[in-house]
Design a protein around this ligand. Structure first.
Ligand code: FES
Ligand SMILES: [Fe+2]
Length: 412
């Protein structure tokens, strides 16, 4: 019996996972192959690499991927692995280069990934056979997705289809990055993701976030629909139904999307909803006032918040005036990283139209708090005294997350 199946036998539904799921390196490698490398991962926004030769390097687990705009303006992704003897090629996190020169023996590659120069090679050496190894890449509305599968990944168009309407309405294709920040987290990636599946901790750990939103929103919708008991959720949805009706009338997509049975079977876990921030707030800012000019197809502020999750590693939040991309990365068994990227309308001007501190405030402070509670969670979980605890009725989405996790780990 595989290690995973042995461990899974010790899992009891309604409780957290047993300790070895978070500590065993063999399980971590299996998770990378069976889950992380199979998903379409949102990694960045096209405005990071505006001109030909602009590139950045995306690193997660043992992989390092160069994402570069070629002379033909096309964005491509390549493994940051030299086709000579395997050295890393790009050592900087980002930059601009017409030629990518390997620091070992100076083989050089074009921004389209072709091998351009290699000295003293045998006569029968065919340069065309040694271009950089491609990584799957797709762009939707300015959002860059990669897939680390070595085979044919799940079809991108099918994957993105149910989330197109809502993302398209926010028009991230016509936005630009105004800020980004990394939050290295000393914890297993599942603890990082689990934290994002529930808002049971929000009232206690996120005083700023809880002050911005209405209490019943935090309870029923803070981590998406289905995290609180049904009757409480229904009561909340009834309360906001006039607001949702109004969205419908205005043609603003506000339907909740929950993953289908079919999608789950394929290992997908997509989600979208749109609800009012509450408390009369127009944006997710400290004051509740707008932080920038309108984004996307909005004609007016309606104080809505869209929560979009492409998969648990790749999520976005959008208000009427800005967006935050959440990129969750597993690095090793006990190390992860969260990166936040803030977007505004591409025509908005700093200071005249927006102030970066207003835009970044809530998710910066909330993510710092999350980093702390997740690291404390990991520390306690390493104790010899740890045993899985019972999940509350406000953490149902954690069990849903485990089911998605188990499905993926058992896919052929
Ligand atoms: S390993 Fe890159 S040139 Fe030799
Ligand atoms: Fe949190």
């Amino acid at each position: 019996m595989s290690l995973f199946n042995q461990y899974k036998k010790t899992y009891q539904e309604g409780k957290t996972l047993p300790q070895n799921f978070y500590t065993d390196e063999n399980i971590f490698s299996e998770e990378m192959k069976s889950i992380y490398f199979q998903q379409w991962l949102m990694v960045d926004h096209v405005s990071r690499i505006k001109d030909p030769g602009n590139y950045f390097v995306f690193e997660a687990e043992k992989e390092s991927i160069i994402i570069i705009r070629g002379k033909d303006n096309e964005i491509r992704a390549f493994y940051n692995v030299c086709t000579h003897r395997g050295s890393r090629i790009c050592l900087d996190e980002e930059g601009s280069k017409n030629l990518l020169v390997c620091p070992y023996h100076a083989w050089s590659f074009s921004s389209e990934g072709k091998l351009k120069a290699a000295r003293y090679m045998p006569d029968d050496f065919v340069k065309e056979d040694y271009g950089l190894r491609k990584c799957h890449l797709k762009i939707y509305e300015g959002l860059i997705f990669i897939n680390l599968s070595m085979d044919t990944p799940i079809d991108f168009d099918e994957f993105i289809a149910p989330l197109k309407e809502i993302v398209g309405f926010h028009n991230t294709g016509k936005s630009k990055i105004v800020s980004r920040k990394k939050y290295p987290t000393k914890a297993n990636f599942k603890l990082v993701l689990e934290n994002f599946q529930e808002c049971y901790h929000c009232g206690n750990a996120h005083s700023e976030f809880s002050a911005i939103h209405e209490k019943d929103w935090v309870y029923t919708m803070g981590a998406g629909l289905g995290t609180a008991p049904e009757k409480d959720t229904e009561e909340y949805l009834k309360k906001i139904s006039p607001w949702l009706e109004d969205c419908k009338k205005k043609g603003i997509p506000s339907e909740t999307y929950l993953e289908t049975e079919e999608g789950l079977k394929l290992g997908l876990n997509r989600y979208a909803d749109r609800t009012p921030i509450g408390n009369g707030h127009l944006s997710q800012t400290k004051s509740g006032k707008p932080a920038s000019t309108l984004m996307g197809k909005f004609k007016d502020f309606d104080g809505g918040l869209s929560q979009v999750s492409f998969n648990p590693f790749s999520c976005c939040y959008f208000t009427n005036d800005f967006g935050v991309m959440f990129v969750f990365k597993p690095n090793s068994t006990l190390e992860s990283e969260v990166e936040l990227i803030w977007l505004v309308n591409e025509n908005a001007k700093e200071n005249d139209d927006y102030n970066i501190d207003d835009i970044t405030f809530i998710w910066d402070v909330t993510t710092q708090e999350d980093t702390m509670i997740i690291e404390n969670n990991q520390k306690g979980l390493l104790s010899q005294s740890f045993t899985p605890g019972v999940l509350s009725q406000n953490e149902s989405a954690v069990t849903y997350f485990y089911n998605w996790y188990f499905t993926n780990m058992q896919l052929p």
